[in-house]
Design a binder for this molecule. Structure first.
Ligand code: ZN
Length: 422
């Protein structure tokens, strides 16, 4: 059934034009939106009164981790981590090894719900479950689709658990890319051998895909690369052709030399900034200077709220980055350009949020950025439309039973935590 958003104010995500109109939302992957003066008398149209509401394109998360969904409140690791590598070893690599199919499914369903309720209808995820690799991406894709979130998934290939696991990761990726849009995931330079890196780039090229990898999240990634390979991380990725594709995503990029920044800005590859994760891991501050225009925002699995990520990037950036009101909005929206230019589907004009946003000051094109930084929050997201279908209505998810999914997730979380304690 087609949807009609009656008498809302549409904010064009690029031009920031405000248009008050009725909007007919077409269904399906290639559906569009049509501005209508009059309400059609078609009984096959669901009408939602949007008087006083704002409507705009829904959001994209440029870097997420479904695998971390069941970590909230899990308690302290066996050893208190003293640096980033220990955080990986004692927290995330302990957790991901314990994940099984049921836990992955629960993690994916919860993540998709959290995303869409925050207006994020497209998720770029980077997944790891070294003891449940085969089929893991299909589990996540199905869960996302059940909820109504579009996706660009990858498996985090790494040699950190041995070459067999890297091989399994490559196979899982190859299998998945046969039937889905996706990326070839790599954990990070310091856990990926030359052999695996070469294989991953070959697979990306064969599948007309790109690489999705963590880059220089901590200085230790660079130190390892220089001492092992005699070059810096970006130089190494360039040498293997990982930066040749406009689909490639480089996560974090905190500790880069001027030369590495220059290399990135001269390639079509993308950078994704994850401010709150960087703060949490105490690994440094993102600075976009010299990186070029291809920068988008992610959550790194910390949460699923892109408006929050944008605010964090803006406020932390006041001290550590060159970021203005327009720049933060651009970074927030750049994922739209990433998806569109690369021909990825699932983020057309019929993906929308309806905002119930009351403001004590005028809200218009000329002061949109001020409202974006200081006003708009995920609590204002009242309805969410994904590929023309209403999936969140009055802040309630319509596609799945959220209560049941959360109850099951809590059971899976207990199972995961008890496995981790062993
Ligand atoms: Zn990450």
């Amino acid at each position: 059934m087609a949807l009609l958003l009656k008498n809302g104010t549409y904010i064009h995500s690029e031009t920031l034009e405000f248009i008050t109109s009725n909007i007919l939302v077409e269904e399906g992957e290639n559906g569009g939106i049509i501005f209508l003066k009059d309400i059609p008398s078609d009984s096959n149209i669901q009408i939602i009164d949007c008087t006083g509401k704002y409507i705009t394109q829904s959001f994209v998360c440029g870097h997420h981790h479904v695998y971390s969904a069941l970590s909230r409140g899990m308690g302290a690791p066996k050893k208190n981590p003293e640096n980033f590598n220990e955080i990986l070893e004692y927290v995330w690599w302990t957790l991901d090894k314990c994940l099984d199919a049921e836990m992955i499914k629960a993690s994916a369903l919860y993540t998709a719900i959290a995303c869409v309720k925050n207006g994020v209808t497209f998720v770029i995820d980077h997944h790891a479950s070294p003891n449940a690799i085969q089929g893991s991406l299909e589990i996540i894709a199905s869960a996302f689709e059940k909820v109504g979130a579009s996706h660009l998934l990858c498996y985090e290939i790494s040699d950190r658990d041995g070459f067999d696991k890297a091989e399994e990761g490559l196979n899982e990726t190859a299998e998945y890319l046969k039937n889905h849009q996706g990326l070839v995931g790599l954990h990070a330079s310091f856990t990926v051998s030359d052999y695996t890196l070469k294989k991953a780039v070959e697979l990306a090229k064969q599948s007309d895909s790109g690489i999705h990898i963590h880059v220089a999240e901590a200085e230790s990634d660079q130190n390892h690369c220089v001492s092992t390979y005699g070059m810096r991380v970006i130089e190494r990725l360039q040498k293997f052709g990982a930066l040749d594709s406009g689909k490639t995503i480089l996560g974090h990029c905190l500790h880069l030399s001027e030369n590495e920044k220059k290399i990135i800005s001269n390639t079509p590859a993308w950078v994704v900034q994850n401010t709150e994760s960087n703060l949490n891991n105490k690994v440094g501050y993102f600075n976009a200077e010299g990186l070029g225009e291809n920068i988008m925002l992610g959550t790194d699995g910390m949460h699923s709220d892109m408006l929050r990520s944008a605010k964090a990037a803006f406020f932390v950036g006041q001290n550590f980055d060159t970021i203005g009101y327009d720049t933060v909005y651009q970074r927030f929206r750049n994922a739209d350009r990433y998806l569109k230019n690369n021909g990825f589907t699932g983020h057309g004009p019929n993906n929308l949020v309806v905002l119930d946003y009351d403001t004590p000051t005028p809200f218009k094109k000329g002061n949109f950025y001020g409202h974006f930084v200081f006003g708009l929050e995920s609590k204002h997201i009242q309805h969410v439309i994904s590929q023309g279908s209403l999936i969140v209505e009055n802040r309630k998810i319509l596609t799945v039973d959220e209560e049941k999914i959360l109850a099951d997730a809590r059971i899976q979380a207990e199972r995961l935590w008890s496995k981790m304690r062993k």
